[in-house]
Design a protein around this ligand. Structure first.
Ligand SMILES: CC(C)(COP(=O)(O)OP(=O)(O)OC[C@H]1O[C@@H](n2cnc3c(N)ncnc32)[C@H](O)[C@@H]1OP(=O)(O)O)[C@@H](O)C(=O)NCCC(=O)NCCS
Length: 209
């Protein structure tokens, strides 16, 4: 078992782990090529990174991070990167237009169509602590079903925290569905606190000393 910083060469196994971890999500239904392309910003962009556990040639789990420096948010970055592949996939599987998430995320999709036509918006959504440090979001984390219950999620979250500290930032933020106690209980155990409850989701934060 080895903890690694993800590179473009790892995207295939990262996508396989994602699809097995979130089998009912729209991204999984859109297919492996879509997921690989949507994860690409996390291995390419200067304000993002991705860590994963390699075991038996598989990705046993990953966590990705996004420094909230005013660039596009993680959902839009992912959608912009995978837009073309996603469009092709929807044309092949038009019933996905009626997937629950497609309807829930219609605003995000429309915004991103606009970005493609009119260009990305100027810098916005800079998130800072009262002391002025940028906040780092952890927008995605999962553990491959074969490797759950071994402390890997905890290991990934703590490793991401260590890297964020190394980069000089001191606050982590993530959003977790209230219906996913496995995730939020795990986060709470390592010091995250619930700061807000919005539309069935907990916004959680952790300060790093
Ligand atoms: C949530 C998830 C990441 C947990 O991964 P894991 O490696 O099994 O978690 P860990 O072994 O590190 O467990 C850490 C803590 O999380 C909590 N936890 C993990 N699985 C749990 C479960 N099935 N039910 C309740 N709590 C659970 C516990 O508090 C656990 O601590 P404990 O073992 O001391 O009781 C994994 O189940 C997963 O990938 N689920 C699907 C994708 C997902 O929900 N991602 C998170 C989105 S924010």
């Amino acid at each position: 078992m080895e903890l690694r910083v993800a590179t473009e060469a790892d995207l295939g196994i990262l996508a396989e782990c994602h699809i097995l971890s979130f089998p009912q999500t729209l991204s999984a239904k859109l297919g492996k090529a879509f997921v690989m392309q949507s994860l690409l910003p996390f291995v390419q962009d200067k304000n993002k990174f991705m860590l994963f556990i390699l075991e038996d040639g598989k990705c046993a789990g990953y966590v990705n991070a996004n420094i909230r420096d005013g660039s596009l948010g993680s959902a839009s970055s992912m959608l912009q990167s995978a837009f073309g592949v996603g469009l092709k996939s929807v044309l092949m599987k038009p019933w996905l237009l009626f997937h629950r998430e497609m309807l829930e995320k219609a605003g995000l999709v429309l915004r991103n169509i606009k970005f493609r036509i009119a260009g990305n918006p100027k810098k916005k959504n800079v998130y800072k602590t009262p002391e002025g440090s940028l906040v780092v979001g952890l927008p995605g984390m999962c553990v491959h079903p074969e490797f759950r219950g071994r402390g890997y999620a905890t290991m990934l979250m703590l490793a991401a925290e260590g890297k964020v500290k190394e980069l000089g930032y001191n606050r982590l933020r993530c959003t977790v569905s209230i219906a996913n106690p496995a995730a939020w209980k795990g986060h709470r155990k390592i010091g995250f606190v619930i700061v807000e409850e919005v539309k069935g989701q907990y916004k959680m934060e952790k300060g790093i000393n």
